[in-house]
Write a protein that binds this ligand. Structure first.
Ligand code: SF4
Length: 275
């Protein structure tokens, strides 16, 4: 296994919370993965969906009050390339946390004393974590696959769901355009002022020749979005991967989630999701 300095040491010692991005469904099975992570030593397993909901609220606010171009910042592939190659757009990058950073902040509040570990579809998230004081560790999908194999952690048929602050509709975040679709932007920005892009080519093309009409650039670095992340090993094509995320959303909507586990805004009270 390729271990790096962002990975925690296994077996885990102390309290750890695993934070899963909803793209996990193209790589691992739900709900088995929740049990497998617990067998690996995580006390808590949460999904990024509530953090995504909280940052959606910030995008809504900022787009309502701004006339200049805002570039969505949840994808470090986009933000790191803008910093390195297109610094003229730095002032356009939304100063809003990514769903990972937002979720790590919420975890710090709800689970004090826990170390936060992001389970990631890409290595770019390791750069983000290195610059964060809230994300302690990152394990990419490839590393997790190897850990499950090493410790012989099989899939389980038992029923379960995530530990806390659950949210449904933001499960489509890993699909390109997921942010714009879930941030309730209708009425505050016209449809033709939003541009959804996926993949490095179209992103660079826009940054070199921007369309002045666009007020919101909702771009993800990988083709298809995070479902096309470099650490996803699935043999499925991009459309089938997107379908898996949508099926997961449908399935989750039917789940009977206890009120206490839901992500209510009250639970994130006092946390700032901008920087
Ligand atoms: S789109 Fe790709 S680079 Fe961006 S966060 Fe998702 S997996 Fe990482």
């Amino acid at each position: 296994m390729i271990k790096d300095n962002m990975m925690p040491d296994f077996p885990l010692e102390g309290k750890y919370v695993a934070m899963l991005a909803p793209s996990f469904v193209v790589e691992f099975e739900y709900p088995s993965i929740v049990w497998q992570l617990k067998d690996l030593g995580f006390d808590k397993v949460v999904e990024l969906t509530f953090g995504a909901k909280m940052i959606n609220r910030e995008y809504h606010k900022q787009l309502k009050n701004s006339k200049k171009l805002i570039i969505a910042s949840p994808c470090p592939g986009v933000t790191e390339n803008i910093k390195a190659k297109f610094p003229q757009y730095l002032e356009n990058l939304a100063k809003i946390d990514s769903p990972v950073e937002a979720t790590a902040k919420i975890c710090r509040k709800i689970y004090p004393g826990y170390k936060t570990v992001f389970i990631s579809p890409c290595n770019y998230k390791k750069i983000e974590a290195e610059n964060s004081r809230k994300i302690d560790h990152v394990i990419d999908y490839g590393q997790l696959r190897e850990l499950l194999k090493k410790y012989n952690l099989k899939k389980k048929k038992k029923k379960t769901n995530f530990d806390s602050f659950y949210n449904n509709y933001t499960k489509i975040f890993p699909i390109s355009g997921g942010l714009g679709k879930t941030a309730h932007l209708k009425g505050i920005i016209k449809e033709d002022e939003i541009l959804v892009l996926e993949g490095v080519g179209p992103l660079f093309e826009f940054l070199k020749n921007p369309d002045p009409k666009i007020r919101f650039l909702d771009a993800l670095f990988c083709y298809g979005g995070c479902v096309g992340g470099p650490c996803v090993s699935s043999k499925l094509g991009i459309n089938q991967r997107k379908k898996k995320v949508l099926e997961y959303l449908d399935r989750a909507k039917k789940e009977d989630i206890p009120e206490l586990k839901k992500g209510t805004i009250e639970r994130a009270k006092g946390i700032k999701f901008t920087h």
